[in-house]
Design a protein around this ligand. Structure first.
Ligand SMILES: *[C@@H]1O[C@H](CO)[C@@H](O)[C@H](O)[C@H]1NC(C)=O
Ligand SMILES: *[C@@H]1O[C@H](CO)[C@@H](O)[C@H](O)[C@H]1NC(C)=O
Ligand SMILES: *[C@@H]1O[C@H](CO)[C@@H](O)[C@H](O)[C@H]1NC(C)=O
Ligand SMILES: *[C@@H]1O[C@H](CO)[C@@H](O)[C@H](O)[C@H]1NC(C)=O
Ligand SMILES: *[C@@H]1O[C@H](CO)[C@@H](O)[C@H](O)[C@H]1NC(C)=O
Length: 396
């Protein structure tokens, strides 16, 4: 066996931060009715996550999509306070698409640093500059009208600006990443982004890999194939799985069927077998917040600590290495297919799929304009609200 990526990472990180195999969920800035989440809402989530029955580890980390409190100009998101009160680790995000400036994000962040100091910064385990921006400008993303994205040049500029902004703060040593779909990472044009990062975030949804034998029994293989492809492209940089999951209810997607039973299978075969306590993992998801998506991913109902299925991990797995025995496909596809569109008719995945977390967030507010047309010229306020809408999709 070769050493885990995380171990290699630990040595490679300039930050001196210990690489840990964090466990967490994704959390947007708004609720299912699109109202803002406040401190109490985040706190309820974080407490449930930490108290989940039979969890295979402590889910005491959370991935956010923006630093800005929903519907505010640049107030720090109240998730920060909830995290401080519940000792929840923070993977932060800066919204990077459809904007020439991340000033509002940086302003919210700076305010939080001033206000909470190290109580806040000590909880921050990572910063993602952008989310699925490269996917949205990829061929599949464009074809699927996934919304406005941003190219490597923009991401590089924002990374630089972010670094400058936090250089003298408690966030200076926080490892920087970017989250995208797996095929964004295997696209050589995007290698310049990889080179600028401390870690690489991947959103992977075998569920949405239509045309590739995406029945549940093949989900582990589809996941592995995409993960391995990313691993082969990132030159030893640590990989964090920033979104993955299987819906418990909703419509079928090619051969993929949502059900609690299948969500449990996926939890076992992808979560337990491949990720938990091995790779930093942010599961999708603890609670559903997107009213537009008929597929529901929450592993529990109404934030109950008693999940919809048994979270404990088996000692044996069905997914072997190599080929699959599934009747639903042998996993021979090359992973370049198109994947997903769950919410709001905007987000579409790539091979490994994306349910749009922030992806669809951008396109959704103006469905009629479609993707790229909404790009330039959006006010910062609009961007902030896009970012917060984006958050919604993190929770449907
Ligand atoms: C590869 O990445 C570049 C830059 O992000 C993008 O313009 C291009 O469309 C991508 N290629 C494919 C096949 O999507
Ligand atoms: C986007 O991808 C989905 C999933 O494969 C596909 O069904 C849909 O037709 C695509 N949309 C466009 C506009 O190509
Ligand atoms: C898997 O199926 C593809 C076509 O569906 C076929 O070309 C390939 O040989 C099969 N591979 C295995 C290992 O069965
Ligand atoms: C492999 O990729 C090519 C182009 O990237 C695509 O046309 C083809 O359908 C893919 N094959 C499979 C089995 O996914
Ligand atoms: C997605 O796949 C389907 C079936 O292969 C194809 O008809 C459709 O055009 C694809 N869409 C994109 C965006 O590639």
């Amino acid at each position: 066996m070769r050493p885990s990526t995380a171990l290699i990472a630990a040595g490679a990180l300039a930050s001196g931060a210990t690489a840990e195999n964090y466990l967490g969920f994704n959390s947007g800035a708004t609720l299912a009715d699109r109202s803002a989440k406040f401190k109490a809402d985040f706190e309820a989530e974080f407490k449930t996550a930490q108290g989940l029955e039979k969890a295979p580890g402590k889910f005491n980390a959370v991935r956010l999509y923006t630093n800005i409190q929903a519907y505010s100009q640049d107030d720090p998101i109240q998730a920060f306070e909830a995290a401080i009160d519940t000792d929840t680790k923070l993977l932060l995000g800066i919204w990077a698409s459809g904007t020439d400036s991340i000033d509002k994000e940086l302003s919210a962040l700076t305010k939080a640093i001033t206000k909470y100091g190290s109580k806040f910064t000590d909880l921050v385990i990572g910063m993602s500059i952008g989310s699925e921006d490269l996917y949205r400008i990829s061929e599949t993303g464009i074809k699927n009208k996934s919304g406005v994205g941003a190219g490597p040049d923009v991401l590089l500029r924002f990374i630089k600006e972010y670094k400058k902004a936090v250089a003298q703060t408690g966030l200076a040593k926080v490892p920087i990443g970017h989250v995208d779909t797996w095929d964004a990472w295997t696209n050589s044009t995007n290698k310049v982004v990889i080179d600028a990062l401390d870690w690489v975030g991947v959103d992977e949804y075998p569920y949405y890999e239509n045309g590739k034998g995406n029945g549940i029994k093949n989900s582990g293989h589809l996941f592995d194939r995409a993960f391995d492809a990313v691993e082969g492209s990132v030159g030893g940089k640590p990989i964090w799985v920033t979104e993955t999951g299987w819906p418990t209810s909703g419509e079928k997607w090619d051969e993929a069927v949502p059900s609690i039973q299948n969500a449990k299978y996926y939890w076992n075969e992808v979560g337990c077998r491949k990720l938990f306590n091995k790779v930093p993992t942010f599961w999708y998801n603890l609670r559903d917040s997107n009213p537009d998506n008929t597929m529901k991913f929450a592993i529990t109902k109404d934030l109950s600590t008693k999940p919809l299925f048994d979270l404990s991990c088996p000692s044996k797995f069905e997914t072997g290495s190599g080929t699959t025995s599934s009747s639903s496909g042998n996993g021979s596809g090359n992973g370049s297919g198109n994947g997903t569109n769950t919410d709001s008719g905007s987000a579409t995945g790539t091979g490994s799929g994306t349910i749009g977390s922030s992806t669809s967030g951008v396109a959704t507010p103006e469905p009629s304009t479609g993707g790229a047309s909404m790009g330039r010229g959006l006010s910062a306020a609009a961007i902030a609200s896009l970012a917060l809408v984006a958050g919604v999709f993190a929770l449907f």
